[in-house]
Ligand binder design. Sequence first.
Ligand SMILES: [Zn+2]
Length: 307
Amino acid sequence: MNEDDSDCDNEDGSDSYVLNPHDKQLLAAAQSLLVKVARAPSLHPAQLVSVAKLQHALARLPHANPDLEVHVSVVGPRHTFDDIETYHYWDVTLECGTLRLASGGHFYRPSSGGDSFTTMTWEAQPGEESDLSDYSANLWMVPDLRTYVDGVASVDFSTGGYSIEVTDSDNALLEEMEDEEEGDEDDESGDEEEATTGRIEFTVTPVDASEAAVAKQINEAEVHSHQPDYAHGATACDFCQCQLNTRGLYVDGMAREGMMWANMCVPCFNVRGAGLGWGKGQLYARQPNGDWRMVAGFRSPDDTPEF
Ligand SMILES: [Zn+2]
């Protein structure tokens, strides 16, 4: 792991960024985002190491840091506006001297489906003027669109629903963290599990009686008859706003009223959900590493396509 780990191929050039007042405003926002990330209760100590590297690099501006490759992304909670559901992300990336900030998100409406969007990208290289692309004028359909600065100011990890992603090829602790989270069924190599076993075990751990009752609908053989399918991005129940990572199961499905799709904790699903099944709802079980695996509501061969 400790051979020449830096993949950066740097030419000898200028070692300082050329920053205008607006650049400095964006970078100040990026710094405040990293301060919040560093204090976030969900941040793993292994991730903090890489966040601190980025903080160090930003603190040294306008001097360039040519050898770091660190990416930090914050994904915000989902918000609904009538039938529209959105969430936003904010990125800070340093890649071999190139500094990048970006924001964007995802927009979903039952009538038109989902789409991801980019709100802004900003990039700076040492010795050159920065490059800013602002797409907000085209994003009139996004009800809670904000500038990078305002969006970062709105980030509040104490309200929950956020997720943090940190990548840093020079941080071996991140790999250890992921290995631990993946659990260790076998200790040899991590990347053989899909190729050779063909069957990835899953767990169902109900946290209350309502979940235990719904769990009875799970057919283990049926789960194994499908390719493992995982849900991404769901953090809170759309109805009661409870944090799904405190639950053992949740349903991504249609609500009885309004025909809207929603993420539902099991108690809310029992009151408002239309049921489990293809075109109605999928049940996901939280795995020990935090992944959500589909365990019921599969498409069966005699289901007609709904879409
Ligand atoms: Zn709920």
